[in-house]
Design a protein around this ligand. Structure first.
Ligand SMILES: [Zn+2]
Length: 277
């Protein structure tokens, strides 16, 4: 499932290749995503230029000329690929290429989503801050407003597991299951600890680990499990750098103790029982 680093990697790649291009036409193969794509979507974006690409949490925001933005969420298995000359389509099942934009340089921007949990819709730029998808989201984890003081205030008195706290999108936007495990390993805190019982020092370590892990993942263009490919159709390379996620029973890189897997909030959570207190 794409998390913040995957979406940010995608944004950076598309910002280089797709910004400045004009959408000549759009073909909607399958409108039934998590939210149905509205009937006039294709006609509303035809002729629009992509002027900027931004991101909020796990949402990609394609800013178009003419006062609208396209809000895109990749869901569980979505990918948005810019397919020009030399793009290798082999990794993608054309059956799941649900939306395709033809661009003015004969390249294509293709939304592929086998499980169809993604979404794509137009929002007036002026109404973006009030869009229900974005309203109520916590701060961006890579910005200064997210820090130890902030996280400590949010953790105070909370019974919820610390891992669930940092995955709560209202607390901090964009952290999902893979990176939450990696962040807590780096910070030396067990995922099952009650947030209100985590010490201030540990909270500080978590807040510092958040951007370190996310930036490293962005630098590797994310983690690939089956479905995620970046906009060139390449898999992310961060899977090779995961310290605990998916490593149940394998020795900890730091102390050789076998990594454990516990279920926290219905999600698999990996940790080292010796390095994480
Ligand atoms: Zn260890």
């Amino acid at each position: 499932m794409p998390e913040l680093p995957e979406v940010e990697s995608l944004r950076q790649i598309l910002a280089r290749s797709a910004v400045g291009r004009t959408i000549v036409s759009a073909r909607i193969g399958e409108a039934r995503l998590r939210k149905r794509i509205v009937a006039d979507f294709a006609s509303a974006i035809a002729g629009r230029q992509i002027v900027r690409l931004s991101r909020r949490a796990k949402y990609l925001i394609l800013e178009l000329d003419g006062g609208h933005v396209m809000l895109v969420h990749l869901g569980m298995s979505g990918s948005l690929t810019h397919r020009g000359e030399g793009f290798i389509d082999a990794e993608f099942d054309p059956k799941h290429d649900h939306v395709e934009f033809a661009l003015d340089d004969s390249s294509r921007l293709v939304y592929n989503d086998p499980r169809r949990f993604g979404m794509m819709r137009l929002v007036a730029r002026a109404a973006l801050a009030d869009a229900p998808e974005l309203k109520g989201l916590g701060p961006e984890p890579l910005l200064r407003e997210f820090n130890g003081e902030y996280l400590a205030a949010k953790a105070r008195g909370k019974q919820v597991a610390i891992k669930n706290l940092i995955m709560d999108q209202r607390i901090v936007a964009g952290i999902g299951n893979i990176y939450a495990s990696e962040i807590l390993y780096r910070a030396g805190v067990r995922p099952t600890r009650r947030a209100g019982r985590v010490t201030h020092k540990e909270i500080e370590r978590i807040a510092i680990a958040v951007p370190v892990i996310l930036r490293a993942a962005i630098g590797s263009r994310g983690t690939t499990f089956r479905s995620y490919r970046d906009s060139r159709g390449q898999p992310g390379r961060f899977a090779a750098r995961l310290r605990v996620y998916g490593r149940e029973e394998q020795p900890c890189y730091r102390c050789s103790t076998p990594i454990k897997n516990v279920v926290v909030g219905a999600r698999a959570s990996f940790y080292c029982p010796k390095c994480q207190k």
